[in-house]
Design a binder for this molecule. Structure first.
Ligand code: FES
Length: 127
């Protein structure tokens, strides 16, 4: 995994290169839990897919969404998390962290990925 320095535009905290993934498994390691702020989003790019990674509930649960808001491509990893939703920082649409469905309209849905924490690492199935 390559370190990425923060910049003025959303920059992934971690970039997972294809050679670092185990293609025999559907799940891929995204990032160490300790690199994620509790109850906040972390921007991770994996094999060209931009993701918002959330470590919740005292680091017992991980949620992985597409990072791009379906409204106008806002950076969901920069959104505030509260009461099981993430607020898009651009226009404050809320998305349920369990389903990815917008709380204002079920026609707006952000893709979610099966995710879990294994040995203090966030893993997700991006297939
Ligand atoms: S871009 Fe996310 S609410 Fe508008």
């Amino acid at each position: 995994m390559k370190e990425v320095r923060p910049g003025p535009h959303p920059t992934p905290l971690a970039i997972v290169e294809p050679e670092q993934t185990n293609h025999a498994m559907a799940f891929e390691k995204l990032i160490d839990v300790e690199r994620c702020q509790p109850d906040k989003g972390t921007f991770v790019a994996c094999n060209g897919v931009e993701l918002a990674v959330f470590v919740l509930d005292d680091a017992s649960r991980a949620v992985v969404l597409d990072n791009s808001c379906p409204h106008a491509s806002g950076n969901l990893s920069g959104g505030e998390v509260r009461d099981g939703v993430v607020l898009c920082p651009w226009h404050q649409w809320e998305f349920d962290l369990g389903t990815g469905v917008c709380t204002h309209s079920d026609r707006a849905v952000v893709k979610t990925y099966p995710a879990e924490i294994r040995d203090n690492e966030v893993w997700a199935d991006l297939s």
